[in-house]
Ligand binder design. Sequence first.
Ligand SMILES: Cc1ncc(COP(=O)(O)O)c(C=O)c1O
Length: 388
Amino acid sequence: MKSEADYRPGPRPITCGGRDEEREFYESLVARHGSPLLLLSRSRLARQYRALQDYLPGVSLYYAIKAFPHPAVIETLAGLGCHFDVASEGEIDLLRPFRISGRKTIHTHPVKKPEHIKAALRGGSTTFVVDNLDEMKKLLPFRHRVGLLLRVGFRSDSAAVDLSRKFGCAPEQVEELVLQARDLGIHVRGLSFHVGSQSLSPQTHVEAIEHCGRLIESINRQVSNPLSVLDIGGGFPVDYAQEGLDHSVWFRPLREALAGLPEDVQIIAEPGRFLVAPAVTSVSTVSGKARRGDYQWYYLDDGVYGSYSGQLFDHMLYPLQVFRDGEQRKPSILAGPTCDSIDIVAEDVLLPELEEGDLVIGHMMGAYTAATSTRFNSINAARIVVVD
Ligand SMILES: Cc1ncc(COP(=O)(O)O)c(C=O)c1O
């Protein structure tokens, strides 16, 4: 976790005001289910899935369950034909009630305990990601049933969360690892990478795709069992800053890079954030207020130990909305409900005077929010309500 000194949940889009019907909708849900809430919209989720299919035609999508591990998300996406990226035994368990074939999953955690491998095999997974020889050897007893994707690391400055620091072999190691796998009798199906989450520029994806394409061509000249899969990971960004991020522009260079790959390479992706972030809305309530120095403090019933945990762990700031729209705006602080002083949702924001019982809405809060919330102070997590 970041230290308090590093964490500044400052300016971000804040809407003051809104339509009466919108406010009444949230109020009626709070009256029925209590506060705080996370509202999951299946129709928005489906829209995101279809949009991504359009942006990446021909790419098989494997939802990264970790982003928002909820049965309604799995059910909705499975119904649309989505496949799944699992990275733990718990995530495999989540798929079980929906009888999703293991062939529609890939196990993407590069480092696995033997019991995790067995659980994934029992779940029917046959594709496993590894990034080093030791992990490859763990799969040796199952070599007749599994195929590997070799994860390659490409560091990214433009991603909010760099995922190639902790995992991924260096591109220079790829050939040697593929040849070692061949000598062990394990089939490497292809390569994978994750350039980092919320990648604001498509350039790192493009460079990684081109680099992997060259590696695949070079390796396929040397082996009889060719690499036939490229997994381009996740990292596709959403517009938290509401600056008009145009996804049709963002995805174009990726499509062009994919078109340059050898024709017989199957492309897959593991999106998390892009699918779920816009599909979930947080509703919390002002439970108290205080004037301290130059600031008006409001204490909410949800905070960074709860649904707003992504502000710390995932480094995102979510667009907020309050329904009051007074002319007079005061420097304000929105604080969470725990006793810890790092539990601040927004500071130094200009807000009209709020009252106890007012609702505070957090938009685009599906990715890495509920997934990382804690029970600190024995405060319950926001209830997740499926709204359509
Ligand atoms: C292996 C792997 N795949 C996919 C994802 C999903 O990434 P994103 O939410 O950026 O699309 C992650 C995120 O941590 C990951 O670690």
